[in-house]
Unconditional design. Structure first.
Length: 242
């Protein structure tokens, strides 16, 4: 499989054009991946454009790729959205990385009442930037044509407002309906994963009152770092992606 790189400015490139990798992307190609002149390469813009070509010049500061084929992939529909509660350590980051590799289309950080980690002020900006970097690298590793968006952090109130307009699925080990039994109605599927202590009773009530559905993933209780990715795998099968 050809090495894949992301160049957001490649949106308008066509067959015969040269796309240039610079900065960290060029260094990664030349030094880390040891790309050589003449090797096949794919380049994406993260928004559906997929370019195939051949490396014409390679250095740690600049890589030129001559484009031989251009494909435009439509945006996934319905989308799978992961609302991931902030968690301690790197557990939420592990969830974000795996979710991206498995096909999630948007990631929303959630400041749940039981979240040990707190994103406030500048920390919220840095946290979102960190997640966006993780998502970008995971999407590149997985050769995804679309790089998932990372939304601004939401509160439970904001999440309840979303539940009144979209199909929100709360992963709840006490639910009676299994996630595998859910049938798509064409709307985006918004998965909500709680923090280490789970979703509080108050949050469950507020979200279900707003229209969210409680669903059971399985007979075991998973960590917050694995629940989301596991649920995405289930939905990917249900939606015919896998």
């Amino acid at each position: 499989m050809a090495l894949h790189f992301l160049v957001e400015s490649s949106t308008d490139a066509g067959v015969g054009d040269v796309v240039t990798l610079t900065g960290a992307e060029a260094k990664h190609a030349a030094v880390v991946r040891r790309l050589r002149v003449g090797e096949a390469v794919t380049v994406g813009d993260g928004a559906g454009v997929w370019l195939s070509g051949v490396a014409e010049a390679v250095s740690p500061t600049l890589v030129d790729v001559r484009i031989e084929e251009r494909i435009e992939h439509p945006a996934p529909a319905p989308r799978i959205v992961l609302v991931q509660a902030l968690a301690k350590g790197d557990r939420d980051e592990l969830a974000v990385q795996a979710a991206c590799e498995l096909g999630v289309d948007e990631i929303v950080p959630w400041q749940a009442s039981r979240s040990v980690s707190r994103w406030e002020g500048p920390k919220a900006v840095k946290g979102r930037e960190r997640w966006a970097t993780i998502v970008r690298e995971a999407a590149k590793q997985a050769h995804r044509a679309w790089v998932p968006d990372v939304a601004t952090p939401v509160s439970t109130t904001q999440l309840a407002a979303r539940a009144s307009a979209e199909r929100v699925l709360l992963l709840d080990p006490t639910a009676s309906v299994r996630l595998s039994e859910i049938e798509s109605d064409g709307r985006d599927l918004v998965l909500v994963v709680g923090p280490e202590g789970g979703i509080s009773d108050e949050e469950l009530s507020r979200l279900t009152d707003a229209g969210a559905e409680r669903v059971l993933l399985g007979d075991t209780v998973l960590r917050t770092s694995t629940a989301g990715p596991a649920a995405i795998a289930v939905l990917s099968v249900a939606l015919g992606r896998w």
